[in-house]
Design a protein around this ligand. Structure first.
Ligand code: FE2
Length: 249
């Protein structure tokens, strides 16, 4: 599995130390994750230059630790960009894209409800020559309350990343319906861990665990969302097109 979204670097609310970064990597490798994109939060009013400097230094340090400890995981640079009006004044966001590609992992505030704002931000990213990947749409009111918006965006070729945990929770929250439908209907291209810790809540779960917990998803769908599609992104290519269905509401 290639994990496109992971807070493995000790720069945000994810790993709290370099030791914890290594612990996350160790668990991820045991769960057959072989490549991880490090996606620390990038929020408004931060300077991209200083953020990227800190990210690259942390990435290098974790890489060295993994080499030293014999943990066979390839790390790539990325970021999770929290969209707001201010973020577009922060400067060039291109270096925050995943692994030097044109694909930018973005998140919307949980309580954002406006489809117009969602569209305005997505258009601005495209205008700047990047392609957005929407992180965990199942955690944003604009999508949870408006399946039609998700259907429309899917038709326009928007890329979506689901969080593994949203699909595997023992007590399903309301957001499960959106996440599950997006996975079953082929509207979402990626499942990533969004891991913040080595254990427990938001840990780097295995693709085998996903298969056991959500038997409704076929092996082919799972392989596409955890290998084929994220590999395309790392290589700066669009994931192959698939036939998809619409969400029912
Ligand atoms: Fe995240």
């Amino acid at each position: 599995m290639i994990d496109l979204h992971c807070h493995i670097l000790p720069l945000d609310d994810g790993a709290q130390s370099f030791d914890e970064s290594v612990a996350i990597a160790r668990i991820a490798r045991q769960n057959r994750i072989t490549r991880i994109v490090a996606t620390p939060h990038f929020k408004k009013l931060s300077s991209p230059q200083s953020f990227l400097r800190r990210r690259d230094a942390a990435l290098e340090r974790v890489r060295q630790s993994l080499l030293r400890d014999g943990i066979d995981i390839e790390l790539f640079p990325g970021a999770e960009v929290q969209l707001s009006d201010e973020i577009f004044y922060a400067g060039d966001l291109r270096p925050a894209c995943i692994a030097g590609s044109r694909f930018l992992l973005v998140e919307f505030d949980y309580d954002l409800t406006s489809a117009a704002v969602v569209r305005r931000y997505l258009e601005e990213i495209l205008r700047r020559g990047m392609y957005p990947i929407i992180a965990h749409p199942e955690r944003c009111a604009a999508f949870l309350n408006d399946y039609e918006l998700v259907n429309d965006l899917a038709e326009e070729g928007t890329l979506f990343q689901l969080t593994a945990e949203a699909l595997t929770m023992q007590t399903p929250p309301v957001s499960l319906d959106l996440a599950a439908q997006m996975a079953y209907s082929n509207i979402a291209q990626f499942i990533a861990t969004d891991a913040h810790r080595a254990y427990g809540h938001r840990a780097p779960v295995a693709e085998t665990f996903l298969r056991d917990t959500i038997p409704e998803i076929t092996d082919a769908q799972l392989y596409f969302m955890t290998e084929t599609a994220p590999e395309a992104i790392i290589n700066d290519r669009f994931p192959p097109a698939r036939a998809y269905g619409y969400l029912r509401y």
